[in-house]
Design a binder for this molecule. Structure first.
Ligand SMILES: NC(=O)c1ccc[n+]([C@@H]2O[C@H](COP(=O)([O-])OP(=O)(O)OC[C@H]3O[C@@H](n4cnc5c(N)ncnc54)[C@H](O)[C@@H]3O)[C@@H](O)[C@H]2O)c1
Ligand SMILES: [Zn+2]
Length: 366
């Protein structure tokens, strides 16, 4: 039998994030979960690890962690509350977690945010390792140090900055995500392509069918590229004074859509995809977004499949929600517009412009 060519193992991508509280590392590697203890040791995370996950996540990915036994708490946006955080505290106390312990959050953005908040506050803060298992969490929420929970009055109203000691990204965990959840995360990838690295759009163009298998080396590369972008932005602007804002591309309208539909109808990424369509329309109308860039991004969004319809929503409700957005500073809405180089924030968007942008996603009326 002829010798089979040996495929050299892909080296892990290791990215350093500069945070005010100290630097931390983001490691991206297919199969990383199996080596979590070793990677943690290399990253200087000492002490006993207490894993926290959710029943749904753990049944999907638990086998990848060998014999580790986690504490399980519910996930899902409804469970992202202080009472679930209290359950994490109880479990940490039961497990006798001390100042030297590291809490390892294994799950999507909900688990990462709520377990991160528990780590930020338990014993006034213990080390946190993020092991994100959704596209959204791998490319966005696990990096940057924002942790928190929802309040009945609004999303993410209670929170803290608690940069992780390590972010361990294993793209192999994405294989078990539902198709909808996976696609939803890919819209955030398209966002990075528009605002930071247009080459990503080309990679998706060429390899979309492969990426949609939810596994493989191109997916790992795509995830690593997004982690690099998020890490670079956060390193320069941890507290969202300027640069970090461009990552809100598509999010002003996206957040308004999520709020107007009660956070149940749309996945976050789907709302962002619709928001990007509106933002691309606004930017093109202003002459700021090159038509070729808008067409490219819109074509990719379309290739990912149909988005939920939002044509029943009223423009007035969405405009009101946008005015309540965190991005409103001194009464001015800071809207992110794609331009030739990437994206930029504009503070003089008018209501008629916003109405026209909403028409691009089928939202009309007063
Ligand atoms: N901290 C930040 O900077 C930041 C940034 C963006 C978003 N967020 C937050 O992230 C949250 C959304 O995160 P999300 O989109 O990851 O949703 P999620 O955490 O709700 O996960 C989505 C679903 O996928 C399941 N799941 C997770 N990993 C899986 C896997 N590998 N296989 C099978 N199923 C799996 C979960 O159980 C859940 O049902 C929101 O609460 C949002 O506020 C935070
Ligand atoms: Zn987002």
């Amino acid at each position: 039998m002829p010798d089979l060519p040996t495929v050299p193992p892909r080296p892990a991508t290791s990215i350093d994030v500069d945070a005010r509280a100290g630097a931390y590392r983001v490691v991206v590697e297919a199969g990383l979960c199996r080596r979590l203890s070793e990677v943690s040791r290399d990253a200087g995370v000492a002490g006993r690890q207490v894993l926290v996950s959710s029943p749904r996540v753990w049944s999907a990915v638990g086998a990848r962690f060998g014999r580790a036994r986690p504490v399980l708490v519910p996930d899902g946006e409804r469970a992202k509350t202080l009472s679930t955080v209290a359950r994490v505290y109880d479990a940490l106390i039961d497990a006798a977690a001390d100042r030297g312990s590291a809490i390892v959050a294994v799950g999507g953005g909900v688990v990462g945010d709520l377990v991160g908040f528990a780590a930020a506050t338990y014993l006034r803060g213990v080390a946190l390792v993020q092991v994100p298992t959704t596209v959204m969490a791998q490319v966005d929420s696990a990096i940057g140090g924002k942790v928190g929970v929802n309040h009945a009055q609004g999303k993410n109203l209670i929170g803290a900055f608690h940069p992780p000691a390590l972010v361990a990204v294993d793209p192999d965990t994405l294989a078990t995500l539902s198709r909808r959840e996976f696609r939803s995360g890919l819209y955030e990838v398209i966002k990075y392509g528009v605002v930071a690295e247009r080459g990503l759009l080309e990679v998706l163009d060429r390899h979309l069918p492969g990426v949609l298998t939810q596994r493989g080396p191109v997916l790992t590369e795509v995830i690593a590229t997004c982690c690099r972008i998020k890490a670079a932005v956060v390193s320069q602007d941890e507290r969202e004074h300027g640069l970090r804002r461009i990552l809100n591309f598509g999010h002003t309208v996206g957040h308004a859509l999520e709020a107007a539909t009660g956070y149940g109808r749309l996945r976050h990424g789907e709302a962002v995809a619709l928001g990007m369509r509106a933002a691309l329309a606004l930017g093109t109308a202003r002459g700021m977004t090159p038509p070729a860039v808008a067409e490219h991004a819109l074509a990719l969004v379309a290739r990912l499949g149909p988005l939920p319809s939002v044509t029943d929503l009223a423009a007035t409700d969405l405009l009101a929600a946008m005015r309540r957005d965190k991005k409103v500073v001194d009464g001015r809405l800071h809207f992110v517009v794609a331009d030739a180089a990437g994206a930029t924030t504009v503070a003089d968007v008018t209501t008629p412009e916003l109405r026209r942008a909403l028409q691009a996603i089928g939202i009309r009326g007063r």
